[in-house]
Design a binder for this molecule. Structure first.
Ligand SMILES: [Zn+2]
Ligand SMILES: [Zn+2]
Length: 257
C-alpha cells in the first residue's frame, strides 16, 4: 500500500454528519417512473454546497428525472464532471440552461471549446488538475489516468469516506488507493461506474478481493459496472451491496452495517 500522508483535516472541521446521494441519470433501472439512458449523474446534498456529479448523456432526460424526483435544478451550486465522455457531460447544457449560476469543476484537459461553451451559458469554470478541496469535506482526487483523464469525488463523512466514480477509466482499484492515500481514512461507500462491464469473471474477482482487503464497507456499482460484476458484488457484499440505479437515494443514516 502507498504511504499515507499526514492528517490533513484539523479537528476544527467536523466531517459530514448528513449526506444523501440520489442517482438522477443511469442506464440501470430502480424507480419505475424514471427513464434510463446510458450515462451517470448523481445529486448530492449534505455538504455546504449542493453538487451534481456528472450530468448523464441526455439533458432533457436528466431534467425530466429530476423533476419527477422533485429536485429543483436551481438548487445545484456545483457541477463536477468526471471526464470528457458524452455519457457524463452530455446533460450539462440542459442543466446550465435551467441554472447557469453554478461552478463547474472539470478536467483541465478538456478541450477549450467545451470550457468556452460552459462559460457561454454564464457558469464559472474551475479547471482541475491536482487533488484539491472543492468545498468543506468535499474533494477531488485530481486527474488520474493516462489516456482518459478522470477525476473522482471524495466526500468525508463521520463514518468514513464516500467515493463517487464516473466511468473509472483509470481503474477503480487505483482510484480507491489514491483516495485513501490522499485522506488517510477508511472508505465507507463507493458508488458509480466501476468500468467492469468488459472484464472476465476472474478479473472482477480480483477487484472484489481488493475492495474487501481494503475494508470498503458498501459498494454501489452501476452505470458501466455491468450485470455480471454487479451480480458478483451482490454475492460477495451481502448487506453491504447497494442495488443502484436511476432514482435510488442512499443516505448516510442508512449505511449501518
Ligand atoms: Zn467514459
Ligand atoms: Zn461512462
Amino acid at each position: 500500500m502507498s504511504p499515507v500522508e499526514p492528517e490533513r483535516h484539523p479537528a476544527a472541521v467536523p466531517a459530514l454528519r448528513e449526506l444523501a446521494i440520489t442517482i438522477v441519470h443511469d442506464n440501470n433501472p430502480c424507480v419505475d417512473s424514471l427513464k434510463t439512458a446510458w450515462g451517470f449523474s448523481a445529486f448530492v446534498t449534505g455538504p455546504e454546497k449542493t453538487i451534481l456529479f456528472d450530468t448523464g448523456s441526455d439533458g432533457a432526460l436528466l431534467l425530466e428525472n429530476m423533476a419527477k424526483l422533485q429536485i429543483d435544478p436551481g438548487r445545484v451550486d456545483l457541477v463536477v464532471l468526471s471526464h470528457l465522455h458524452g455519457d457524463h457531460t452530455g446533460g450539462v447544457t440542459g442543466l446550465l440552461r435551467e441554472n447557469p449560476r453554478v461552478q463547474v469543476f472539470l478536467p483541465g484537459s478538456l478541450p477549450t471549446r467545451f470550457k468556452t461553451a460552459v462559460q457561454g451559458h454564464g457558469a464559472t469554470v474551475v479547471e482541475v488538475g491536482e487533488p484539491r478541496e472543492i468545498c468543506r469535506n468535499v474533494y477531488t482526487t485530481g486527474l488520474l489516468g493516462r489516456r482518459i483523464k478522470e477525476q473522482a469525488l471524495i466526500l468525508r463523512t463521520e463514518r468514513g469516506l464516500v467515493v463517487l466514480t464516473g466511468c473509472a477509466h483509470p481503474g477503480i482499484v487505483r482510484i480507491l488507493k489514491e483516495a485513501r492515500r490522499q485522506h488517510a481514512e477508511s472508505i465507507l461507500l463507493v458508488i458509480g461506474g466501476f468500468h467492469l462491464e468488459w472484464m472476465t469473471k476472474g478479473r472482477v474477482g480480483s477487484i472484489l478481493a481488493a475492495f474487501q482487503d481494503s475494508g470498503i464497507r458498501y459498494a454501489a456499482p452501476t452505470h458501466c459496472s455491468g450485470d455480471k460484476a454487479r451480480q458478483l458484488f451482490r454475492q460477495s457484499y451481502g448487506p453491504g451491496y447497494v442495488d443502484a440505479g436511476v432514482g435510488k437515494t442512499i443516505t448516510l443514516a442508512e449505511l449501518t452495517v
